[in-house]
Design a protein around this ligand. Structure first.
Ligand SMILES: Cc1cc2nc3c(=O)[nH]c(=O)nc-3n(C[C@H](O)[C@H](O)[C@H](O)COP(=O)(O)O)c2cc1C
Length: 172
C-alpha cells in the first residue's frame, strides 16, 4: 500500500456559511476514520487549504468526493507525492479555524501576511501546516472545539484541532 500526501487549496463558494464547516467536519471524521485518511484542514473566510494523507486509493476517493462539493470551487492541487510516513497521523481531520492571527507564520511561508494559498508552493504550504499544527493546542471534545469562525471577525476566532478518532457526540 502506497502512502501519499496531497495538499490542495480551494475557494469558499459565495454564500458559504461558516457553520457549513460543521458538516464538513462531521463527514470528514466519519469517512476518514473509516478509510484511514488523516490530515488537516485550514480555513479562512475565503479559502480552504487541506492536507489529505493515506493510501493512494483512499486519498483519491476522498479528493474526488471533495472535488464535487458545492461548498467550494477552483480546487488546485499544490502538491501530491508518495511519502514514507504521515505528517498528521493523529487526526482523521484536524481542523484549524481562522489562523490569520499567526501572522509571523504566514510571513515566514508566504509572500505577505495575507493568506493566499494559490500563491504558495506545495512545499511552503506543507511546512506552514505543520508549524501551525504544532503551535495550535489540541483539544479533546469536538463539540467544544468548533471555533466561532466568522468571515466578519477573522481575528476573533480560536483555531483548534480535534484529535484523530474523536467523534462528535453532542450536536454542534
Ligand atoms: C473543503 C472541504 C474539505 C472536505 N474534506 C473532507 C474530508 O477530508 N473527508 C470527507 O470524507 N469529506 C470531506 N469533505 C466533504 C465531502 O466533500 C463530501 O461532502 C462528503 O465526503 C460526503 O460524504 P457523506 O455523504 O458521508 O457526508 C470536504 C468538503 C469540503 C468543502
Amino acid at each position: 500500500m502506497f502512502l501519499v500526501n496531497m495538499i490542495y487549496a480551494s475557494r469558499t463558494n459565495p454564500g458559504f456559511n461558516p457553520q457549513d464547516i460543521e458538516g464538513i467536519l462531521r463527514s470528514s471524521l466519519r469517512n476518514n476514520e473509516r478509510a484511514g485518511v488523516t490530515g488537516i484542514l485550514a480555513f479562512n473566510s475565503d479559502y480552504f487549504l487541506q492536507c489529505l494523507e493515506g493510501s493512494r486509493d483512499a486519498v483519491n476517493d476522498a479528493y474526488h468526493r471533495i472535488l464535487h462539493d458545492r461548498r467550494h470551487h477552483d480546487p488546485v492541487i499544490l502538491t501530491y507525492h508518495e511519502v514514507t510516513h504521515r505528517q498528521f497521523p493523529q487526526w482523521s481531520m484536524g481542523y484549524m479555524g481562522e489562523f490569520c492571527q499567526h501572522r509571523d507564520i504566514l510571513m515566514k511561508y508566504a509572500g505577505s501576511t495575507h493568506f493566499q494559498p494559490y500563491e504558495m508552493s506545495g512545499e511552503s504550504a506543507s511546512a506552514m501546516l505543520l508549524e501551525l499544527a504544532s503551535r495550535i493546542p489540541c483539544k479533546t471534545q469536538l463539540s467544544e472545539e468548533l471555533p466561532p469562525v466568522s468571515p466578519r471577525h477573522p481575528h476573533g476566532a480560536i483555531p483548534v484541532i480535534p484529535p484523530r478518532g474523536v467523534h462528535a457526540t453532542v450536536p454542534f
